[in-house]
Design a protein around this ligand. Sequence first.
Ligand SMILES: NC(=O)c1ccc[n+]([C@@H]2O[C@H](COP(=O)([O-])OP(=O)(O)OC[C@H]3O[C@@H](n4cnc5c(N)ncnc54)[C@H](O)[C@@H]3O)[C@@H](O)[C@H]2O)c1
Ligand SMILES: Nc1ncnc2c1ncn2[C@@H]1O[C@H](COP(=O)(O)OP(=O)(O)OP(=O)(O)O)[C@@H](O)[C@H]1O
Length: 295
Amino acid sequence: MKVAIYGQYYQNSTEPIIKDIFLFFKTNNVEMVIEENFLEMLHEKDLVQKGYKTFSASTSLDNSFEMLISIGGDGTILRAATLVRNSGVPILGINAGRLGFLATVQKENIDSFLQFVIDKNYTTSERTLLSVTCDPKNDAIEEGLNFAMNEITVSRKDTTSMITVETHLNNEYLNSYWADGLIISTPTGSTGYSLSCGGPLLTPDVKSLVITPIAPHNLTARPLVIPDDTEIKLRVSGREDQYLVSLDSRIASVKNESVLTIKKTDFKIKMVEIPGETFLKTLRNKLLWGEDKRN
Ligand SMILES: NC(=O)c1ccc[n+]([C@@H]2O[C@H](COP(=O)([O-])OP(=O)(O)OC[C@H]3O[C@@H](n4cnc5c(N)ncnc54)[C@H](O)[C@@H]3O)[C@@H](O)[C@H]2O)c1
Ligand SMILES: Nc1ncnc2c1ncn2[C@@H]1O[C@H](COP(=O)(O)OP(=O)(O)OP(=O)(O)O)[C@@H](O)[C@H]1O
C-alpha cells in the first residue's frame, strides 16, 4: 500500500503526530510519499530520515495511491484538494487544527483510525466542486486550479462601498444583488462561509448549490438553493475598478464588468469516511448540537 502525506505548516504539535503516523505506517509496511515542501520542513527539524520519495503540485498523484493523508485543519484539506485534483485519490484529514470540520481524525486517535486504512475498512464520500472561468481571461485565476471545494465568492475590494452582482442562472436573469459580495457554495462549503452568512446546511451528497448574499442591502435577498447542474453567470459592477474572487482560500482580483461563469466540475473529490465518523456525527459534535440541556 502507498499513501501520500501532506501538511502546510510545521509547529511543535506536528512532531508527535508525525511520529505516530510514520511509526504506524512503517510497522505496517506502508510506503509513504511526502509532499516536497512539507518534507523539507520535517528535514529541517530532523524529524524524518532522508530518502523518502516526494510529490508536488506539478507532479500529479495517480491511482497507485491508496489515499492522501492531510495533517492540519480544514484549510490544509482545501489545499490538499488542489494537489489531488482529478486523480480520484481520496483525502483523509488528521485534525491538527482548531475546528477540523473536514479533518475528521482527531490526533489523539491516530493509530486506531489508521488501522481502518490498513484494513481498507472505510468508505468515501464524493464532494462536488465548482469551477470558474472569466471572460475576458484573467491570469490570476490559474488554469488547472480554477476550482473550489467549499465555495467561489465575489466580494468588494479596497472599498467599503457595496458591489452590484448581476446574476443569471442558465442564461435567465435572477437578480442584481447589492451587497458586500455573493457566495456560490457547494454542499461541502455550506458549513463554512455560507453558513456564517445565514445559508442552509446541506449534507455532502445533496445535488444542489447555494447562492448566499453577503450582507445584502436588499433585505428580501435570501440564500437560494439551486440544482448543481445550473450554469451561473455573474457580472460585477462597483465604485472600484476591480473586485475580489475567492476560490476557497485563494483569491484573485478581477476587473469590473468581466463575466464569471461558474459550474460544477466534471470530477469530484473523495473524502475518506472512517466507520462511525459520519457527517451527521460531525454536525452534532462541531456545531454543538445537543449541548442545550433543555432537550
Ligand atoms: N466569515 C466566515 O465564516 C468565513 C470568511 C471567510 C472564509 N471562510 C471559510 O474559510 C475557508 C478557507 O479556509 P482558511 O483556512 O483559508 O481560512 P481561515 O483560516 O479563516 O479559517 C476559516 C474557518 O472556516 C472553517 N472551515 C473551512 N471550511 C469549512 C467547511 N467546509 N465546513 C466548516 N468549517 C469550515 C475552518 O475550520 C476555519 O475554522 C473558505 O473556504 C470559507 O468557507 C469563512
Ligand atoms: N502540520 C501541522 N502540524 C501541527 N499543527 C498544524 C499543522 N497544520 C495546521 N496546524 C494547526 O492548525 C491551524 C489551522 O490550520 P489550517 O489553516 O489547516 O486550518 P483552518 O482552515 O484554520 O481550520 P481549522 O479551524 O480546522 O484549524 C494552524 O494554525 C496550526 O495551529
